[in-house]
Design a protein around this ligand. Structure first.
Ligand code: ADP
Length: 238
């Protein structure tokens, strides 16, 4: 019964998302286009750099919107072999501005021998963006910034299993209260309602990870802060 309610919630969420994402496309294109036009004129350096930020952020939002649209339409691209390290680096680049405004220091520990996984790169990027964005918000809310650690690792499999690729996003924010832990991944669960949270980021992420035959979970670090782990199966050779 819980599952049914959850599936209905997700179906409704799909329709809602498609509508909102679609309506956002036009104004975002206008913002980008106008910024582009303005950037062609003579500007002083400060105005130019602010305008470039506006342009970048509109582009970033446009990217999120198309990911959401693709998700809502279940328009999965053909799965391809994906290098998770590249997705992590690209996601952090997209969030460089958020990192600055939330006063986040990023520590990156990528395993260079990481094997590939099968998947939809834009959906997997959505997962990384959600986790990193949440971590930045959590740290900014609890003590005005902090240190984010993003890790990738490979656990070789035993026997027939090819093993797992692990992504870990660790923050030093306030952590997750015990009573919140079991509800984190439910659609619409948010403790950030007033701050514009929708409670959809983690439920969408969990759905994406499930569809990649992976797993996702959250825990608190012994020394404070939250840690989200995603594991994806290593891609088999065709
Ligand atoms: P939203 O961010 O819109 O609230 P999410 O589904 O992304 O929705 O997250 C749901 C809730 O999980 C958040 O409102 C917050 O309470 C909690 N949460 C997520 N990430 C973290 C984190 N890194 N540290 C502490 N709490 C978190």
């Amino acid at each position: 019964n819980d599952r049914l309610v959850q599936m209905q919630a997700l179906a409704m969420l799909g329709r809602l998302t498609a509508g909102v994402a679609h309506d956002l496309n036009n104004p975002l294109a206008t913002i980008r286009g106008l910024a582009d036009i303005m950037l062609t004129s003579e500007l002083d350096a400060e105005v130019r750099s602010e305008l470039e930020t506006i342009r970048k952020q509109a582009e970033y939002s446009g990217h999120m919107v198309s990911t959401l649209l693709a998700y809502a339409r279940r328009q999965r691209g053909e799965p391809e072999k994906v290098n998770l390290n590249e997705i992590i680096s690209q996601s952090l680049e997209l969030l460089a501005f958020q990192a600055r405004v939330t006063n986040t220091r990023c520590e990156l520990r990528l395993d260079e021998r990481l094997p590939l996984t099968w998947g939809d790169p834009s959906q997997l990027q959505q997962v990384v963006l959600n986790l990193v964005n949440n971590a930045m918000q959590a740290m900014a809310n609890s003590h005005g910034g902090g240190t984010l650690r993003v890790e990738s690792a490979w656990s070789p499999g035993e026997g027939a299993s090819l093993g797992w690729i692990t992504l870990r996003v660790r923050d030093d924010g306030a952590g997750i209260p015990e009573d919140v832990l079991p509800r984190l991944f439910q659609p619409y669960f948010t403790t950030r309602g007033a701050a514009g949270g929708t409670g959809l980021g983690l439920s969408i992420s969990a759905d994406i990870v499930r569809r990649h035959n992976g797993r996702i979970w959250a825990e608190n670090n012994p020394r404070g802060g939250a840690c989200f782990t995603v594991q994806l199966p290593v891609a088999a050779e065709p």
